[in-house]
Ligand binder design. Structure first.
Ligand code: ADP
Length: 474
């Protein structure tokens, strides 16, 4: 599968060097994409800049019709996209299909939401003036996306950007450009005019630098590591670039002693092991109140033991490969550090590397303590460390003891304890008796070093709009 990049409605880049995309389950080549750099990125930005006036002047209803067509095409091609997504990213095919439908839901939601970008009339303090606050698209948007959700992280940005009237250049992760390119093909098929959607693959630092320094780019929206997010903040200073950042997380899962343990186990398994734990909102550490600590671990182990590891293309597989060697080594280091410092392995604990493919079994660690690496750094793997706590306040203190603030999970049947805990947690997303809180219609984003801004929901389109205040003298 040899694909090209998409600039100004044309597929180009055949003359560039290639990046080989590999299947993380087998190490085999899946396809190639061009290794573009600053020059191609500049052309893509110019195309988006040229397309902006006419796209932004369409009515919201006209833009919505394009997005509805785009949505329908994604749904019609869902099986095909999911296959490619699994081949290049590794997640089980059923999860890949779930992600494609989730990706489509952002296009649908924002196709509708674009029609509700309301202006506001403000009562004036002077009889001879009228005051208005109107909203307009920010302009050309650059979107940088990660490999763990190759489809959804694109539509969560592209959907609201296009609905708001912005044009866009997408730079997908080098591990998963093929899914992204399939989406761009469908955008073309939906008839979205040339230059409105552009896509470049290649040297991340060079492309990123062009995004950050080119004055035609008015907004950069990024999902990825906190480290690169901080670098983008630094780079954004010279041009005071409008930034939205969805960065790393270190989600606590808190199980209080009145929790319905069936629910808690179901939620913890869903949160922790979806995508093999390679999700920024997945539970990274579990705190269980002492009275139910042993019972929770027993039930949790019983459920986790059933999860099957393997090639995501094989039926019945629940956990695919780890994305690459770096990812694998980090997981391995976290587990070894915890065991060395006194944690014990209830399940798993030993990965395997074969022919350039890396697999890690679902692992449960107990008797974990706060100082361990796994309780501080994002693991991005199928490892669940469990720590005991006594009082509710203690749980909130442990949970908040992190520079991250993306997602947290609380399991309790008691509304009073639950609400107090929810209010005490410094996280942008809380799943209360729910391990899978993400949805197109809900605001997603983090506090502290987990990011700036929200995606999805009514907040998601605001990121692509400027407010313009107009004072009219009569
Ligand atoms: P991950 O650890 O998930 O791979 P990264 O932050 O490294 O997270 O990658 C997320 C996205 O950021 C990818 O598309 C990647 O290519 C891109 N990226 C990596 N380095 C840079 C950079 N210096 N400038 C801009 N984008 C970058």
């Amino acid at each position: 599968m040899d694909k090209l990049i998409y600039i100004n409605g044309e597929w180009v880049g055949a003359d560039l060097a290639k990046i080989v995309v590999r299947n993380p389950a087998t190490g085999e080549a899946v396809g190639t994409v061009p290794r573009a750099g600053a020059e191609e990125t500049r052309r893509a930005i110019e195309a988006a800049h040229e397309a902006f006036p006419s796209w932004s002047r369409l009515t919201a209803y006209e833009r919505s019709a394009y997005l509805e067509r785009f949505h329908d095409l994604i749904v019609d091609s869902a099986d095909e996209i999911a296959r490619v997504l699994t081949l290049e990213m590794g997640k089980p095919l059923k999860e890949a299909l779930g992600e494609v439908m989730y990706a489509a839901s952002f296009v649908k939601w924002f196709a509708e939401e674009g029609k509700r970008v309301y202006a506001r009339g403000i009562p004036s303090h002077k009889a001879e003036t009228r005051m208005l606050a109107i909203k307009q698209p920010v302009g050309v948007v650059a979107a940088i996306t990660p490999w763990n959700f190759p489809a959804a992280m694109i539509t969560r940005k592209l959907g609201p950007a296009l609905a708001a009237g912005c044009t866009i250049i997408i730079k997908p992760a080098k591990q998963t450009p093929l899914t992204a390119i399939m989406l761009a093909e469908l955008a073309e098929k939906a008839g979205i005019p040339k230059g409105v959607v552009n896509l470049v693959t290649g040297n991340a630092a060079e492309i990123g630098n062009e995004f950050m320094t080119n004055p035609m780019v008015r907004k950069v929206t990024f999902t990825g590591s906190t480290e690169i997010g901080k670098e983008l903040i630094r780079q954004s200073a010279d041009h005071v670039k409008n930034l939205s950042l969805e960065l790393g997380g270190h989600a606590p899962i808190i199980v209080l002693d009145d929790a319905d343990l069936e629910k808690a186990v179901r939620g913890a398994v869903a949160s922790k092991f979806r995508n093999g734990g390679q999700t920024c909102i997945c539970g990274n550490r579990i705190y269980v109140q002492e009275k139910v600590y042993d019972a929770f671990i027993a039930k949790f182990a019983e459920a986790v033991r059933k999860l099957k590891v393997g090639n995501g293309m094989d039926p019945g597989v629940d956990i695919g490969p780890i994305i690459d060697r770096d990812g694998y080594e980090k997981i391995d280091a976290h587990v070894k550090d915890a065991v060395r410092l006194g944690a014990s392995c209830v399940l798993g604990g030993e990965g395997r590397a074969e022919n350039g493919a890396y697999f890690y079994p679902p692992t449960i660690l107990k008797d974990v303590r706060p100082g361990m690496l796994i309780m501080r750094e994002e693991t991005f793997g199928p490892v669940a460390p469990v720590q005991k706590f006594s009082a509710d306040e203690e749980a909130a203190r442990y949970a908040n003891d992190t520079p991250y603030g993306l997602a947290a999970y609380v399991f309790t049947e008691n509304y009073s304890r639950g609400i107090k805990l929810v209010e005490a947690l410094d996280f942008g997303i809380i799943g209360w008796n729910d391990g899978l809180p993400s949805a197109a219609q809900a605001p997603f984003g983090g506090m502290k070093q987990s990011g700036i801004g929200r995606e999805g929901g009514i907040e998601g389109i605001d990121a692509f709009l400027e407010v313009k205040y107009v004072s009219v003298g009569l």
